[in-house]
Ligand binder design. Structure first.
Ligand code: HEM
Length: 370
């Protein structure tokens, strides 16, 4: 139960029930030799298979006069349902490797979106690795060893740790809470709803690139949450910003978390769930049926030196078939009208094509692409 199978039709770490902790990193490729990149991806694949099974990537006691192959800090720790998910960013498909005609249409860079305050140095990237585990040290061990294996081939571009899941992806899970204190993930896609997942998450025959079939696209957004202003806001206002009750998670007008969000209900001529409430604007019933799989984590990165406020928020991760048809129109709408905007700022953005799962030993990330 502590081990999530690494090999399969799809990569793990997408519909897998959310683990407690996240270590995420984006890398840029520094070699111009595509064979060197392929070899590194092969080594990453073998290492991921071992680490997710709870094993070291190689001996720690290599030889007294050589650096240990595995860095050692995960020895003796349970894998904690570790998953390792790899993706390719749009920039990998520029002229460097002759991959331009293999870039899926859906991997066009994300457009500028309303309210963006993006920091270039923590956005984008040629490759990404998402490591999720119930043990933060096990998740970090993956990023560190991928960087070690990739030395001379890739450099770290940015990384993000997450300390608490902000979404449930299975009906068997309790809904966690985000840093605003609200239950998050109630109306998320759940792995048990196979039809909805196939419809919204996994790339199918419609893709212009066969290598992406069975894959999915990840959007990451580092969303700073201005928790000091939020904490000074009245409870009733917080609830109308989200459109749900804080403690129970019930939609306004309802009494239980699982009650249907009734967007038509009115009281005294006013909508019970306000026009700018987050759940109204994000609902598939008001945006042409768009659904995404949310799988984000809370983060805190110390204090903002300029203001003395906490630099904390949501490292938003969403998986979907086509971010340009799902995340982009959704966020365009939220960025313009969402009452939450008073309390949040999007500070980084990235898009990655996550290829299908590795089938068996010998298969590797990017085999279908390179
Ligand atoms: C729902 C919080 C950003 C999409 C919710 C819910 C909360 C929440 C508390 C209600 C519980 C649930 O159904 O999961 C937040 C916070 C955000 C944020 C605090 C930023 C810090 C976003 C972004 C998107 C998004 C950027 C997509 C572009 C959704 C969707 C739902 C949802 C699709 C489900 C709506 C429904 O069908 O009822 N969010 N969210 N959220 N959110 Fe967010």
């Amino acid at each position: 139960p502590d081990v999530v199978p690494f090999y399969g039709e799809h990569q793990a770490g997408v519909v897998t029930p959310t683990q407690g902790r996240l270590a995420f990193a984006a890398f840029d490729v520094v070699t111009e030799d595509v064979q060197q990149l392929a070899a590194m991806l092969g080594r990453w694949s073998a290492a991921a298979a071992l680490m997710t099974a709870g094993q070291s990537v190689g001996p720690v006691e290599t030889a007294p006069q050589a650096p240990p192959v595995d860095t050692g800090e995960a020895v003796g720790l349970a894998p904690g349902r570790l998953t390792v998910t790899v993706g390719f960013g749009p920039s990998l498909f520029d002229d460097r490797f002759g991959l331009a005609d293999r870039r899926p249409a859906a991997l066009a860079p994300l457009p500028a979106l309303p309210g963006d305050a993006l920091e270039e140095a923590r956005s984008g990237g040629d490759l990404c690795v998402q490591a999720c585990s119930d043990d933060p040290q096990v998740a970090f061990h993956v990023i560190r060893n991928f960087a070690r294996i990739g030395r001379g081939t890739v450099v770290l571009r940015w990384s993000q740790l997450g300390f608490g899941s902000t979404a449930s992806t299975s009906t068997a899970q309790e809904t966690p809470r985000n840093l605003f204190g609200f239950k998050d993930g109630t109306n998320n896609l759940k792995l048990e709803d196979r039809a909805a997942i196939d419809d919204a998450v996994w790339v199918g025959e419609e893709s212009d690139q066969a290598w992406m079939r069975g894959g999915t696209y990840a959007v990451t957004r580092r969303i700073r949450m201005h928790i000091e202003s939020w904490d000074a806001d009245f409870l009733a206002d917080q609830e109308s910003v989200i459109g749900r009750h804080k403690l129970s998670g019930a939609p306004l007008g309802g009494s239980k978390e699982t009650d249907v969000v009734d967007l038509a209900a009115t009281k005294g001529g006013e909508p019970v769930i306000p026009a700018a409430a987050h759940v109204r604007l994000a609902s598939p019933h008001t945006n042409g049926g768009i659904r995404i799989l949310r799988r984000g984590y809370s983060y805190t990165d110390g204090i903002d030196a300029k203001t003395g406020e906490l630099d904390a928020g949501l490292f938003f991760i969403a998986f979907q078939k086509d971010a340009h048809a799902q995340f982009v129109p959704l966020q365009r709408r939220l960025g313009q009208h969402d009452a939450l905007n008073e309390y949040i700022t999007h500070t980084s953005s990235a898009l990655f094509a996550c290829p299908p799962g590795l089938r068996a030993v010998g298969d590797w990330f990017g085999k279908g692409l390179l």
